[in-house]
Design a protein around this ligand. Structure first.
Ligand SMILES: Nc1ncnc2c1ncn2[C@@H]1O[C@H](COP(=O)(O)OP(=O)(O)OP(=O)(O)O)[C@@H](O)[C@H]1O
Ligand SMILES: [Mg+2]
Length: 464
């Protein structure tokens, strides 16, 4: 099969032209060739090529003009110059003007193949890079941030409105609610999307290092600073910096950050030079910053600077209608990753998902689904309750109230546990017994002890 790589040969020496054509066709490239400069120009203006091989010295129109026209008309096209011995200065000149490479005549078929292969590799890399970049933009478009509940729709509207502006954004919400995902969506919806998105994980950085991590340092600024270092703010110039878990920042660094936000400039550690910066700051926290201000651990002025636009991600239990969509999204993701054909989860699982408290929010749901998919048997199409961790089976009474309270007797707790498990497993005694680690006979005896008949303990209910 021919490679998807079109080559144009411009060469006035017919023997040379035939030799090139034949060599390149043998290597499975798509080749077109012309015997003069003017013909070459006309091809460039009317066609599309990925690579041009041109002789430098030709009557009327030479290789240099071909190069200049190609860079004007076909910006992605590479040009390789062919030069006779003794005219190498021209080739060097051509390289300065942006030629990809040059070949000195006479050359072997192998030499051509090596140079052309390099251009082809380069071209493939460029395409792959573009594909990945557009995938990235796609990944953080709202197609992959799931949410149809009004609360999430409101957040998407807010992201769309605020993304193109320069405003600082503070994203709050519990662990695993999607704060980082929203931060990325902001970046990839802004006109900064081609520039870097740089994440700084504040709690992971020791107090002594965070300042140099953010602003960089000069050689000798402190013991161990053996060379100059570029900080994250410099790295992210024209892009976005995500300050993850900002409440964990020391007061000294908070003061410096405030200055960056106010003056749009900073200094590297150990340097007097002021560096201007154009960076959009997005910060996240799962702490209550107002409380931190009251406690004196967070600067109030910094809070107001960060809190220009606030996006709060509600816990998953407050947007349960999104659960089925999220489940499908993660099922698709992990099924294709693991080569499985899982189509969905059973209704019982969905019921359990609806009544579960989700302390770890969307991340916990994602982990549950990933684990279930990975561990599921080949032929399985629907995931059942037994595929999920036992804590999913609701141990909470209605309204999320704790079932187990101090002062209860073991008998009472045992009864609630058995009934709740039976409810979750839709009255299936053998599964219930298995999960509880008792025999079905013991289960039957316990139920008899409570005076319960089979159909009195299972009523499907959905607390949506
Ligand atoms: N609305 C959503 N749609 C799809 N995936 C989501 C959504 N929200 C969160 N996720 C996924 O859940 C996981 C956790 O999200 P993310 O890291 O953004 O949360 P976080 O709030 O930053 O968590 P933490 O507080 O633990 O840092 C990620 O894999 C993310 O892709
Ligand atoms: Mg996070």
């Amino acid at each position: 099969m021919l490679k998807d790589f079109r080559i144009l040969v411009v060469e006035d020496d017919s023997l040379m032209r035939e030799f090139l054509e034949e060599t390149l066709r043998r290597a499975k490239y798509e080749v077109e060739s012309v015997g003069s400069g003017p013909e070459g120009l006309s091809c460039i203006r009317n066609g599309s090529y990925d690579l041009i091989l041109t002789d430098i010295k030709m009557a009327e129109v030479g290789g240099m003009e071909i190069l200049v026209e190609a860079s004007r008309q076909l910006p992605d096209c590479k040009v390789i110059m062919m030069t006779a011995y003794g005219t190498i200065e021209n080739a060097v000149e051509a390289m300065k003007l942006g030629a990809f490479d040059y070949l000195t005549k006479p050359f072997s078929a192998d030499a051509i193949e090596v140079v052309v292969k390099r251009a082809w590799d380069y071209h493939s890399l460029l395409l792959e890079n573009r594909r990945l970049k557009s995938e990235l933009v796609d990944r953080y478009s709202f197609r992959n941030v799931i949410g149809k509940t009004p609360k999430m729709q409101e957040i998407f509207d807010l992201v769309t409105t605020v993304a193109p502006t320069k405003s600082t954004v503070l994203i709050t919400g519990g662990s695993g609610t999607g704060k980082e995902l929203i931060a990325k969506a902001i970046h990839y919806h802004s006109d900064r999307k081609e520039a870097p998105f740089v994440k700084v994980n504040c709690p992971a950085l020791p107090e002594t290092l965070i300042e140099s991590e953010l602003f960089g340092h000069t050689k000798g600024a402190f013991t161990g600073a053996v060379s100059d270092k570029t900080g994250r703010f410099e790295e992210a110039n024209s892009g976005t910096v995500l300050l993850d878990e900002i409440s964990e920042m020391s007061s000294g660094v908070q003061a410096k950050l405030l200055r960056v936000l106010q003056e749009k400039e900073f200094q590297r550690l150990g340097s007097g030079e002021t560096i201007p910066t154009d960076v959009r700051v997005v910060a996240t926290t799962n702490r209550d910053l107002r409380r931190a201000i009251k406690k004196g651990t967070f600067r109030e002025d910094l809070y107001y600077r960060l809190n220009v636009v606030r996006i709060h991600l509600p816990p998953l239990r407050e947007r349960k209608a999104d659960i089925p969509l999220l489940v499908n999204h993660f099922l698709e993701k992990y099924s294709s990753k693991n080569d499985k054909k899982i189509a969905g989860v059973s209704e019982t699982v969905l019921e359990a998902f609806y009544s579960y408290h989700w302390p770890g929010n969307v991340r916990e749901l994602e982990n549950f689904v990933e684990r279930a998919v990975v561990l599921s048997k080949e032929e399985k199409e629907l995931l059942e309750l037994e595929d999920f961790p036992p804590e999913l089976v609701t141990f909470r009474a209605e309204g999320g109230e704790e079932v187990v309270k101090p002062g209860q007797s073991l008998m009472e707790i045992e009864k609630v546990l058995i009934l709740k498990t039976l409810e979750a497993y839709r009255g299936n005694r053998s599964r219930t017994a298995k999960v509880l680690g008792i025999s079905t006979r013991t289960l039957r005896n316990k139920l008899a002890e409570y005076g319960l008949k089979k159909d009195s303990y299972y009523q499907p209910k959905l607390s949506i």
